[in-house]
Design a binder for this molecule. Structure first.
Ligand SMILES: [Zn+2]
Length: 344
């Protein structure tokens, strides 16, 4: 483990590695200081944003959203291979993960599969959020991957680490699936190859065609809806949730949404709690299939989704609670919060 680089040092390291860098606002002092440790650091975590568009992605990663304050990483790497520095110091990106993985990273040994979330990753890792929808279909342009390799290599080189110090978020915790669309083994092989070269080797990544356009970050509107009417949830049935409205978002919109629900504390500990966001047309018909997020037991639970709601579509949310003895569970309160941007 190592003392974190200063902001000046990381900027120099990225530039020396041939990376195009955009400094966003007061990134050097934007951090989560006062909310936990920062350092000693052991490595780099690579993420995908589940967003599209540089400006909106940079804004989310800089500002965060209700329930998860920014910065959400140190650098956002866009599809043209530009690294936007949004924060320096402790950032809300890695969250809790497996201490066995941290020990393997420190030893630069092969990683065990994560199966515990017992260690604060935000204190131990640098983080890059890479703009991609994370659906396995959104492409990873070659210039973006190259910038991701170089940015990771820049930090490894500055610390004297090998490529084994670079991990994917999904390798840190079993609660995450990012990054999706390439393998971390291939990515580490590319970082290793990069580290064998001199830092300035190769052509630099392309400069943005119009940086002034791209750096304008629109201010988001904020969703802030809640509903405290008790609802009895029959065991095993999907129930559509209304907040102020059953429609969470109407397209066209880019959004980053956090649904928080409170179940009766006396709900059984073995209760299986599932949430899913889905799209419908404006009449509420033709629901899309969406991935289900799983939680357990009574009390509060959170469900997050970032992405695009196309024109003519509505985003809704459903909850299903299953108890072993099929008794119903009472939903006490729910909120839907987060930033959104109108899109065309
Ligand atoms: Zn992540």
């Amino acid at each position: 483990m190592a003392t974190p680089l200063t902001a000046a040092r990381v900027l120099a390291a990225l530039k020396a590695e041939g990376v195009t860098v955009v400094e966003v606002g007061s990134w050097r002092t934007h951090n989560r200081s006062g909310h936990g440790a920062w350092g000693p650091v052991a490595g780099v975590v690579v993420h995908h944003t589940v967003t599209s568009g540089t400006a909106a992605s940079v804004a989310i990663c800089r500002d965060g959203y209700s329930g998860l304050p920014g910065p959400l990483c140190h650098g956002v790497i866009d599809k043209r291979g530009v690294v936007h520095l949004v924060g320096w110091g402790r950032a809300n990106h890695a969250g809790s993960g497996d201490g066995d993985v941290l020990r393997a990273v420190i030893a630069e040994k092969p990683l065990p599969a994560p199966n515990e979330n017992d260690t604060d990753g935000n204190a131990r890792f640098y983080g890059f959020e890479c703009v991609n929808l994370g659906d396995g279909k959104d492409p990873w342009p070659a210039v973006q991957l190259e910038a991701m390799v170089r940015a990771s290599a820049a930090l490894c080189r500055a610390h004297g680490w090998s490529a084994a110090s670079v991990i994917g978020h999904k390798e840190w915790t079993n609660t995450k699936s990012d990054p999706r669309g390439f393998t971390m083994a291939d990515f580490r092989a590319r970082v290793a190859a990069r580290l064998r070269k001199a830092p300035g080797a190769g052509t630099s990544t392309p400069t943005p065609t119009d940086p002034s356009q791209e750096d304008t970050v629109p201010n988001p509107s904020m969703l802030n809806e809640s509903n405290a009417t008790d609802v009895e949830l029959p065991s095993g049935e999907w129930v559509g949730l209304a907040f102020a409205d059953p429609v969470v978002h109407s397209g066209p919109r880019l959004h980053n949404t956090l649904v928080h629900i409170s179940l009766d504390e006396n709900s059984p500990d073995d209760a299986l709690v599932e949430g899913r966001f889905y799209l419908t047309d404006t009449s509420g018909k033709n629901p899309s299939a969406f991935q289900t997020i799983t939680r357990h037991g009574g009390g509060g639970h959170q469900f997050a989704l970032s992405g695009t709601v196309p024109a003519g579509k509505h985003l809704r949310f459903q909850l299903r609670v299953k108890t072993s003895d099929a008794t119903p569970v009472t939903l006490l309160h729910r909120t839907a919060t987060g930033p959104y941007w109108a899109t065309t």
